[in-house]
Design a protein around this ligand. Structure first.
Ligand code: F0G
Length: 525
């Protein structure tokens, strides 16, 4: 029988096929995905990709499944836009409780919902820009008001004319009459207008991953995902992670000022004011797709200070790191980096619903945003209820789930570090925190085995190793596009000792294959 025609991502599925990874899974439970073999028997595969971080609680968590069924069976409204959504408020309340616990003294955060991580990133970025535009407008109004006040004061004789116009571009003479002063104010307005188009300036970190939609892809560092679409969005300035001096320099380079007038000691004086061109900085506390790199506490603290100085909001993208994966609900709390915005996604939907959320510090929140931003499916009754139940499960027993993420992650990291010590020739590094882990293999592009060398040079060695792990050990691991030598491991908190041992067995064989340059098991598993 001919294989059916593929309509959905035929190229990608075909590529997966060349590595034997185009398996159709028919059932999922906890850490296992099941496919049917030729006899129709279910074969379990240990899933360590974990939905790329969307399965903190594992596949089809029984309580979430039961709750989802109950919601559907009882006719819970799923689509009821433009009505009260107390469940959405409750999600906000729980998240605020967690924020207050992990960042003592944090002010309340308003919550907004979206459907995917990338969409939530875009909503946050859009809110940053909305806030910037409103700040810009109020600055312009304030300057107009000051100009008016100054002109009146000069006319009434209560203030002297300015005696210095050097801040204005060009040779604007010092005014000697009220009319000439009006001309100076006109030149000032024209100068300010010429600055109005500056910005928005957004900063992100090198190696960042924030999604692949038209706007969010601009913040994703890898040119593979961004370059072709650069003209579709705003320009983002990338700075190296953990280099606060580089960030400070980039901020200084982008600062723009406008001119204002003040009456100082009875004389109208021209002054410079910072123009809000800087719209925001977005960071992942631990870079995921970019290769599991954690921000340092020192970087977090300095960046917070620099951003406060220039009123640059910090968007903390916790889409992958959040929901307790790293042992605390917010990975940024490990380094004490308090964001003005938080973005959550992935596991927020409990592995069942599609949901994401943005939290905005109330002193930064622009309620008018609610009138200009919405999505048909965001904040729907089903996904918010599932998110609330997911949070309940995570928060239960004093956050036992977070402790478990830390403990299980520690055990896996310990095992991987032992492996790295045993195979220093083939394992370059082991990085991570909690259940967000990366194992980086040493570069094999000069390997003596032509097969290993060829795959490494094509950036596909980890696919080939993944293919072997899947075929022989029934373990599913994930590559990361930006670091082709890295294997990403993001299991659920349910991962057992026995499953960790299985991973150790599989990876030991992989290390032996690389050490012995014995590619035979890779091609004939
Ligand atoms: N932000 C971060 C930090 C992410 O890791 C991802 C997705 C997104 C945003 C976008 O979320 O896929 O729901 O639109 N990361 C996956 C990965 C795809 O490979 O790590 P999305």
């Amino acid at each position: 029988m001919n294989a059916p025609t593929r309509y959905a991502e035929a190229l990608l599925t075909g590529m997966l096929g060349t590595f034997g990874l185009d398996v159709q899974y028919v059932r999922a439970e906890q850490n296992s995905l099941y496919y049917l073999d030729d006899t129709g028997t279910e074969v379990p595969v240990l899933d360590l990709i974990g939905g790329w971080g969307s399965l903190m609680l594992g596949h089809n968590h029984p309580e979430i499944v039961a709750y989802a069924k109950e919601l559907l069976d009882t006719g819970w409204p799923v689509h009821s836009q433009h009505s009260a959504h107390p469940v959405a408020d409750q999600v906000g309340a729980v998240l605020n409780g967690i924020l207050g616990r992990e960042f003592p003294g944090a002010e309340p955060y308003s919550i907004g919902f979206a459907n995917s991580g990338a969409e939530a990133v875009e909503a946050a970025v859009k809110h940053c820009e909305f806030d910037r535009v409103l700040r810009m407008q109020s600055l312009v109004r304030e300057i107009e008001w000051h100009a008016d006040v100054a002109l009146r004061a000069v006319r009434e004789g209560s203030a002297a004319l300015p005696d210095d116009t050097s801040l204005l571009p060009g040779e604007v003479p010092v005014p000697t009459t009220v009319e000439e002063f009006a001309g100076v104010l006109g030149a000032m307005a024209a100068h300010n207008l010429s600055r109005a188009g500056a910005g928005p300036v957004f900063f992100a970190l090198e190696r960042a991953f924030h999604g692949k939609l038209m706007g969010s892809t601009q913040f994703t560092y890898n040119p593979l995902f961004r370059a072709a679409f650069a003209a579709l969005g705003s320009t983002v300035t990338f700075v190296p992670a953990n280099d606060a001096a580089a960030f400070e320099k980039a901020v200084a380079e982008h600062r723009v000022t406008v001119l204002d007038v003040e009456v100082v000691h009875g004389r109208v004086t021209l002054v410079e004011r910072a123009f809000p061109v800087i719209a925001g900085l977005i960071v992942e506390p631990i870079q995921g797709e970019g290769g599991i790199h954690e921000l340092t506490e020192e970087f977090g603290a300095r960046v917070r200070r620099i951003c406060d100085e220039v009123e640059c909001p910090i968007v903390v993208d916790e889409i992958q790191t959040g929901m307790g994966r790293t042992g605390r609900f917010f990975a940024s709390s490990h380094i004490g980096l308090l964001g003005d915005y938080y973005v959550l996604g992935k596991s927020l939907g409990g592995g069942i619903a599609k949901s994401s959320a943005i939290l905005v510090r109330q002193s930064r929140y622009r309620p008018e945003f609610e009138l200009v931003h919405s999505s048909t499916f965001a904040k729907d009754g089903f996904s918010t209820a599932i998110a609330l139940r997911t949070l309940d499960l995570l928060e239960a027993d004093d956050g036992a789930a977070y402790a478990r993420a830390a403990e299980r992650g520690g055990r896996i990291l310990g095992m991987l570090r032992e492996l790295a010590a045993e195979f220093p020739d083939v394992v370059a590094d082991v990085r991570g925190r909690g259940l967000l882990i990366g194992l980086e293999f040493a570069d094999q592009s000069n390997a003596s085995s032509p097969i290993i060398r060829g795959k490494a040079q094509a950036g596909l060695l980890v696919f080939q190793l993944g293919s072997y792990l899947q075929a022989v050990h029934r373990i599913r691991t994930g590559p990361t596009a930006s670091v082709p030598t890295m294997l990403r491991i993001e299991p659920s908190i349910c991962i057992s000792d026995e499953e960790i041992d299985r991973l150790r067995t599989g990876l030991t064989q992989v290390c032996l294959i690389l050490r012995n340059q014995d590619a035979l098991p890779l091609v004939h598993p």
